[in-house]
Design a protein around this ligand. Structure first.
Ligand code: C5P
Length: 234
């Protein structure tokens, strides 16, 4: 008998991470950021000097090397103490908490996440961690593929312009150089497209997921809605 699982999926910038962390804290569940895992593997691939060409894709030998990296890596996720900061991420012992959030990793991660070898390795790990339940897992394929029997499935969405605006505010808060809205909208739309159109486990709403459009809603309003659905189910 396992503890309940809340699955939260949705496109980049819909507010999944912040909301998932708040829901986990409020309900005393473990927060699992699966995007951080795909980012960590992407960082490892870039470190190894494997070329991910936007037009040409990845060579056959590159793919083999990536499969090997994904199968043999050790990923450690440690929940952070504060609600503000993301999880601490280590891959093969190296702390990559900051390194996986760079523009470079962000622009390459969808290509790496589209590889079936990478997905198989990471999904296996996620399912092992989730065996006993008691977690809020966030990603793109949680309700459809990783935990199809999750008690509560949420699909978080927001318009591209709203998501770009939030990303810009995040950069601002972190004191990073400001990227203009149009550029951010383009980047988000490009990542949406790649995530939704890949062959393996594309981003889509599970049939039994509850869709929440977060335009105009505060983080705490969204959090409350999810907690409400959770309590209703149990
Ligand atoms: O959620 P986050 O933006 O950190 O995810 C980074 C990328 O990792 C996504 O754009 C997607 O390509 C990939 N991803 C995925 N499946 C998941 C979580 C993330 O393919 N469950």
């Amino acid at each position: 008998q396992r503890q309940p699982i809340i699955a939260i999926d949705g496109p980049a910038g819909a507010g999944k991470s912040t909301v998932a962390r708040q829901v986990a804290t409020a309900l005393g569940l473990v927060y699992l950021d699966t995007g951080a895992m795909y980012r960590a593997v992407t960082w490892l691939v870039l470190q190894a000097g494997i070329v991910i060409d936007d037009e040409q894709g990845i060579s056959e030998s590159g793919r083999l090397a990536i499969a090997e990296l994904a199968n043999q890596c050790t990923i450690e996720l440690t929940p952070s103490q504060s609600l503000q900061s993301p999880v601490q991420v280590k891959i093969n012992g190296t702390d990559v908490t900051q390194a996986i959030r760079t523009v470079e990793v962000t622009s390459k991660v969808s290509a790496i996440a589209a590889l079936s070898s990478v997905r198989e390795a990471l999904v296996k790990q996620q399912q092992q961690w989730g065996q006993r339940g008691g977690l809020v897992a966030e990603g793109r394929d949680i309700g459809t593929h990783v935990f199809p029997h999750a008690e509560v499935k949420i699909f978080l969405n927001a318009s591209v312009s709203e998501r770009a605006r939030r990303r810009q505010q995040d950069f601002q808060k972190q004191g990073q150089p400001i990227i203009d809205l149009q550029q951010l909208e383009q980047d988000i739309a490009a990542r949406d497209w790649k995530d939704s159109n890949r062959t393996v486990s594309p981003l889509r709403k599970a049939e039994d997921a509850i869709e929440i459009t977060t335009d105009g809603l505060t983080i705490s309003e969204v959090t409350q809605k999810i907690i409400h659905h959770y309590q209703e189910r149990l």
